[in-house]
Design a protein around this ligand. Structure first.
Ligand SMILES: [Zn+2]
Length: 156
Protein backbone atom coordinates (compact mmCIF):
# COMPACT_ATOMS: atom_id res chain seq x y z
CA UNK A 1 0.00 0.00 0.00
CA UNK A 2 2.76 2.38 0.97
CA UNK A 3 4.60 1.57 -2.26
CA UNK A 4 1.46 2.25 -4.31
CA UNK A 5 0.92 5.64 -2.67
CA UNK A 6 4.56 6.50 -3.22
CA UNK A 7 4.35 5.50 -6.89
CA UNK A 8 1.22 7.60 -7.43
CA UNK A 9 2.87 10.62 -5.78
CA UNK A 10 5.99 10.16 -7.90
CA UNK A 11 3.92 9.96 -11.07
CA UNK A 12 2.04 13.12 -10.14
CA UNK A 13 5.23 15.02 -9.42
CA UNK A 14 6.93 13.90 -12.61
CA UNK A 15 3.92 14.28 -14.89
CA UNK A 16 3.59 16.74 -17.71
CA UNK A 17 0.65 19.12 -17.41
CA UNK A 18 0.24 20.10 -21.00
CA UNK A 19 -2.42 22.66 -21.84
CA UNK A 20 -1.98 22.11 -25.52
CA UNK A 21 -3.70 24.94 -27.40
CA UNK A 22 -5.84 25.80 -24.38
CA UNK A 23 -4.24 28.92 -22.98
CA UNK A 24 -6.72 31.51 -21.74
CA UNK A 25 -6.45 35.17 -20.86
CA UNK A 26 -3.51 37.34 -21.80
CA UNK A 27 -0.92 35.58 -23.88
CA UNK A 28 2.81 36.14 -23.30
CA UNK A 29 4.87 38.12 -25.84
CA UNK A 30 5.90 36.06 -28.88
CA UNK A 31 9.63 36.59 -28.45
CA UNK A 32 12.46 34.31 -27.39
CA UNK A 33 12.91 34.59 -23.61
CA UNK A 34 14.76 31.59 -22.16
CA UNK A 35 16.00 31.16 -18.56
CA UNK A 36 19.81 31.07 -18.44
CA UNK A 37 19.88 27.59 -16.82
CA UNK A 38 17.81 26.16 -19.69
CA UNK A 39 19.46 28.01 -22.57
CA UNK A 40 21.93 25.23 -23.43
CA UNK A 41 19.13 22.69 -23.82
CA UNK A 42 16.85 25.00 -25.80
CA UNK A 43 19.75 25.92 -28.07
CA UNK A 44 20.55 22.22 -28.65
CA UNK A 45 16.88 21.52 -29.39
CA UNK A 46 16.83 24.30 -32.00
CA UNK A 47 19.97 22.80 -33.54
CA UNK A 48 18.61 19.21 -33.51
CA UNK A 49 15.24 20.08 -35.07
CA UNK A 50 16.06 23.15 -37.16
CA UNK A 51 13.46 25.31 -35.42
CA UNK A 52 13.44 28.64 -33.58
CA UNK A 53 11.95 28.82 -30.10
CA UNK A 54 10.33 32.25 -30.15
CA UNK A 55 8.55 32.16 -26.81
CA UNK A 56 9.07 32.10 -23.04
CA UNK A 57 10.84 29.09 -21.47
CA UNK A 58 11.48 29.39 -17.75
CA UNK A 59 10.75 28.37 -14.17
CA UNK A 60 7.36 28.49 -12.46
CA UNK A 61 5.93 26.62 -9.46
CA UNK A 62 3.59 23.98 -10.89
CA UNK A 63 2.62 21.99 -7.75
CA UNK A 64 1.73 18.64 -9.33
CA UNK A 65 3.75 18.82 -12.52
CA UNK A 66 7.38 18.72 -13.59
CA UNK A 67 6.71 20.78 -16.70
CA UNK A 68 3.94 22.33 -18.75
CA UNK A 69 3.41 23.66 -22.26
CA UNK A 70 0.64 26.19 -22.79
CA UNK A 71 -0.37 27.15 -26.31
CA UNK A 72 -2.80 29.97 -27.08
CA UNK A 73 -5.10 29.98 -30.11
CA UNK A 74 -3.24 32.96 -31.62
CA UNK A 75 0.01 30.95 -31.65
CA UNK A 76 1.56 32.34 -28.47
CA UNK A 77 3.21 29.70 -26.30
CA UNK A 78 5.13 29.24 -23.08
CA UNK A 79 7.01 26.41 -21.39
CA UNK A 80 7.16 26.26 -17.59
CA UNK A 81 9.55 24.03 -15.61
CA UNK A 82 8.99 23.46 -11.89
CA UNK A 83 12.11 24.73 -10.05
CA UNK A 84 11.78 22.32 -7.10
CA UNK A 85 11.63 19.35 -9.46
CA UNK A 86 14.44 20.73 -11.65
CA UNK A 87 17.03 20.85 -8.83
CA UNK A 88 16.92 17.05 -8.40
CA UNK A 89 17.62 16.24 -12.05
CA UNK A 90 20.82 15.19 -13.80
CA UNK A 91 21.87 16.70 -17.15
CA UNK A 92 20.11 14.05 -19.28
CA UNK A 93 16.88 14.37 -17.26
CA UNK A 94 16.84 18.16 -17.74
CA UNK A 95 17.35 17.69 -21.46
CA UNK A 96 14.54 15.11 -21.60
CA UNK A 97 12.17 17.41 -19.71
CA UNK A 98 12.99 20.46 -21.86
CA UNK A 99 12.78 18.44 -25.09
CA UNK A 100 9.45 16.97 -23.95
CA UNK A 101 7.84 20.36 -23.33
CA UNK A 102 9.32 21.78 -26.53
CA UNK A 103 8.01 18.65 -28.28
CA UNK A 104 4.53 19.91 -27.37
CA UNK A 105 5.11 23.64 -27.79
CA UNK A 106 7.45 23.67 -30.81
CA UNK A 107 6.86 20.38 -32.69
CA UNK A 108 3.13 20.03 -31.84
CA UNK A 109 3.56 16.45 -30.56
CA UNK A 110 1.18 14.57 -28.25
CA UNK A 111 2.03 12.03 -25.54
CA UNK A 112 3.22 8.50 -26.35
CA UNK A 113 3.45 6.08 -23.41
CA UNK A 114 4.53 3.01 -25.41
CA UNK A 115 7.72 1.08 -24.63
CA UNK A 116 10.63 -0.30 -26.67
CA UNK A 117 13.42 -2.84 -26.23
CA UNK A 118 17.07 -2.21 -27.13
CA UNK A 119 19.51 -4.96 -28.18
CA UNK A 120 22.25 -3.85 -25.78
CA UNK A 121 20.18 -3.72 -22.58
CA UNK A 122 17.47 -5.97 -21.14
CA UNK A 123 13.95 -4.85 -20.33
CA UNK A 124 11.43 -2.43 -21.76
CA UNK A 125 12.09 1.31 -21.83
CA UNK A 126 10.16 4.42 -22.79
CA UNK A 127 9.89 4.60 -26.58
CA UNK A 128 9.60 8.36 -26.61
CA UNK A 129 10.65 11.54 -24.89
CA UNK A 130 6.93 12.30 -25.21
CA UNK A 131 5.96 9.78 -22.51
CA UNK A 132 3.48 11.54 -20.23
CA UNK A 133 5.76 11.41 -17.20
CA UNK A 134 9.45 12.29 -16.89
CA UNK A 135 12.33 9.78 -17.12
CA UNK A 136 13.70 8.44 -13.82
CA UNK A 137 17.42 7.99 -13.18
CA UNK A 138 17.71 4.53 -14.81
CA UNK A 139 15.70 5.69 -17.81
CA UNK A 140 17.95 8.75 -18.11
CA UNK A 141 20.96 6.43 -18.44
CA UNK A 142 19.22 4.52 -21.25
CA UNK A 143 18.36 7.90 -22.78
CA UNK A 144 22.05 8.82 -22.84
CA UNK A 145 22.98 5.46 -24.42
CA UNK A 146 20.29 5.80 -27.10
CA UNK A 147 20.01 9.57 -27.47
CA UNK A 148 20.04 9.27 -31.29
CA UNK A 149 16.91 7.07 -31.16
CA UNK A 150 15.08 9.50 -28.87
CA UNK A 151 15.94 12.58 -30.93
CA UNK A 152 14.95 10.83 -34.19
CA UNK A 153 11.73 9.47 -32.68
CA UNK A 154 10.41 13.04 -32.27
CA UNK A 155 10.69 13.68 -36.03
CA UNK A 156 7.22 12.30 -36.73
ZN1 LIG B 1 3.66 16.29 -21.95
Amino acid sequence: MKVEVSLILTLLLTACGTDHKRGSGNHPPMVRDVAAELEQHVNQFEHDYGVSVNFWVGFAKLDHYAGRCTWWSNGARKVEIDPDYYVGLNFAQVEQLVYHELGHCSLDLDHDDSTIGFSDISGQWPKSIMRSWAFNYSESQVYEMHRDHYVEEMRR
